[in-house]
Design a protein around this ligand. Structure first.
Ligand SMILES: Nc1ncnc2c1ncn2[C@@H]1O[C@H](COP(=O)(O)OP(=O)(O)O)[C@@H](O)[C@H]1O
Ligand SMILES: [Mg+2]
Length: 367
């Protein structure tokens, strides 16, 4: 019993079943792999709630694969996902999802999309197996195939032994896993996951991310996943889409976007402030933390400039290498270019209001 409680606290029974989870979630017989070049294309998508502008002219071109949807609270992430689902009426603009029109073909889109909403959507008094079966029936599956598939997807998300428990007895990790099972019941080509790791501890979060990764990599599906955690997106997504105040501020392959600001990292001994000042006098952009500093790499001559600065200030360089930026670094650069002073993504994505240095720059597109 104690062990079971521990496993639940760890976000599920999920961990216990890791070895027996099948390596892939089977495609339903006859499912045709996606052929679309763009899974989502939109033009000037506008959504107003009354006078409030939630989406302000969104232009997207999303390729198949795993795309992270990033942005602060209130940026419009959930609204955008519901728009892609064809669930909410647009104010203006339009687009296509998997080749279907957002405005007029919502039902067709939903046949091919699995949606894991941000907030509670489960019926507490229902057993997990019936909750998932019911999700399939709502999408038009007959009862027999919906039940068969419900067993398969619940096992896949690590809830095999909890199938007959009511959802009200579940931990947050198990609820999230049930939501994922509901979204996979009809074998969708595209998964939309709204903050799938929200409220999960690190074990449950790891399992959820691993499962989503498998769903995409082994099943040939695509995913658009919103998150306020850079690590989550970096772990499973090769592309990202960043929105802010209802506008796209960056989109594309994460590797390509990182190339917008290459840096050289040096570690120095004796006189870090001196060499920092010298480099700045020489027109270099420097970010310093103690004895480690990163200098924007303009071209190959930047290495020579750094060595010259060290010689002229009698500072020893202990290490010099090209810096491999993380998604976190990319986020800070993008926000910096928009005029925001943020030290970490948590300043902004955690829901705090950042300070703006140059309000006039707001709205400038990075990619
Ligand atoms: N149903 C609604 N009615 C009115 N305003 C809404 C509604 N849903 C969202 N909003 C507003 O639209 C903006 C975008 O919300 P949302 O898409 O939920 O952002 P995010 O998911 O990025 O936090 C927010 O300012 C929010 O308050
Ligand atoms: Mg949201």
């Amino acid at each position: 019993m104690a062990l079971e409680n521990d496993l639940e606290r760890a976000g599920g029974c999920l961990i216990e079943h890791r070895q027996v989870v099948p390596p892939t979630i089977h495609r339903i017989d006859g499912a045709v792999p996606m052929t679309e070049e763009w899974i989502v294309e939109t033009h000037d998508l506008v959504k107003k709630y009354g006078e409030h502008l939630a989406l302000d002219g969104i232009n997207l071109a999303v390729r198949p694969g795993a795309t992270g949807l990033l942005g602060p609270n209130g940026a419009g992430k959930s609204t955008l996902l519901k728009t892609i689902l064809g669930l909410i009426a647009l104010t203006s603009g339009g687009g296509k999802v998997l080749g279907h029109d957002i405005a007029t073909e919502g039902a067709k889109i939903r046949q091919r999309i699995g949606y894991m909403p941000e907030y509670d959507c489960l019926i507490p008094e229902m057993e997990a197996i019936h909750q998932v079966r019911y999700a399939g029936e709502l999408l038009g599956m007959n009862s027999i195939s919906a039940v068969q598939r419900a067993h398969e997807v619940l096992e896949y998300v690590g809830l095999r032994d909890q199938r007959y428990r009511t959802v009200s007895t579940f931990s947050t990790g198990m609820e999230q896993a049930t939501k994922l099972a509901c979204s996979l019941i009809h074998d969708p080509d595209l998964l939309l996951c709204d903050e799938p790791t929200n409220g999960l501890d690190s074990n449950a979060r790891g399992f959820m991310l691993d499962t989503l990764f498998q769903v995409v990599k082994q099943g040939g599906r695509s995913i658009i996943m919103s998150s306020h955690l850079m690590d989550d997106v970096e772990r499973i997504c090769d592309r990202m889409l960043m929105i802010h105040k209802g506008q796209v501020i960056a989109q594309g392959r994460i590797e390509d976007l990182k190339a917008i600001d290459r840096e050289i990292e040096i570690s120095v001994w004796g006189g870090a402030s001196r060499i920092e000042e010298k480099l700045k006098d020489m027109g270099q952009s420097v970010r310093r933390t103690g004895r480690v500093m990163r200098i924007t790499r303009i071209d190959d001559s930047t290495y020579g400039t750094i060595i010259k600065a060290a010689a002229e200030t009698s500072v020893q360089i202990r290490k010099m290498e090209d810096y491999e930026p993380s998604l976190e670094d990319l986020f800070i650069v993008i926000m910096d270019r928009l005029g925001y002073s943020v030290k970490s993504s948590k300043d902004l994505l955690g829901g705090n209001t950042p300070t703006m240095d140059h309000a006039a720059q707001l709205g400038r597109k990075v990619a």
